[in-house]
Design a protein around this ligand. Structure first.
Ligand code: PNS
Length: 162
């Protein structure tokens, strides 16, 4: 049986905390689909196509079992359509837990056959977020080590829009 997981998120843009979770999940599952939410209600810095390209460029060393796709609507519907039985989410700190627990319970209520698997990010990435990376880019700060190299370049070139 192929064990497929989706790793959903906004990824605007991918950080090293996301990458760390993707790496851990890739070693646990036969197939990992990184699922980028196309949410017209949010005003993302990067289009869904750009976010997908940045993720692809950042995860290429994780191998062919990792793929990236856009989705809209419910996460569990996308998981079902993708043949995934697991949703992966990263936990950086205890403060993430409450919202994640609510999401996991909601998803289970919607689709009982899909389980959420939480992975703790490496401690050195515990403070990172996409919003923080965008704020640092806005003021021209050092981004290396916080986001993957393709994202460093993309944030620098988009800093004027921030
Ligand atoms: O990177 P984020 O913004 O923390 O990701 C949040 C995401 C995309 C996982 C969440 O908002 C989501 O699953 N949205 C899709 C709509 C949905 O399924 N809602 C019900 C679960 S709470």
């Amino acid at each position: 049986m192929t064990r497929t997981a989706i790793f959903p998120g906004s990824f605007d843009p991918m950080t090293n905390a996301h990458l760390d979770v993707a790496r851990r999940a890739a070693s646990l599952f036969d197939r990992l689909l990184i699922a980028v939410l196309e949410n017209p209600r949010k005003q993302p810095l990067f289009s869904v196509e750009e976010r997908i390209e940045l993720i692809r460029a950042s995860v290429h060393d994780l191998g062919s079992t990792v793929d990236v796709a856009a989705f809209d609507g419910l996460t569990v519907e996308f998981a079902r359509r993708s043949g995934a039985s697991f949703v992966v989410r990263g936990l950086r700190a205890v403060s993430d837990f409450e919202a994640e627990l609510q999401m996991a319970h909601t998803n289970r209520r919607l689709e009982g056959s899909i389980d959420t698997v939480f992975l703790m990010t490496a401690i050195e990435f515990g403070y990172l977020s996409s919003s923080l990376a965008k704020e640092i880019a806005r003021f021209g700060g050092e981004l290396e080590g916080m986001v993957p190299p393709p994202v460093v370049a993309a944030l620098r070139s988009r800093a004027g829009a921030l």
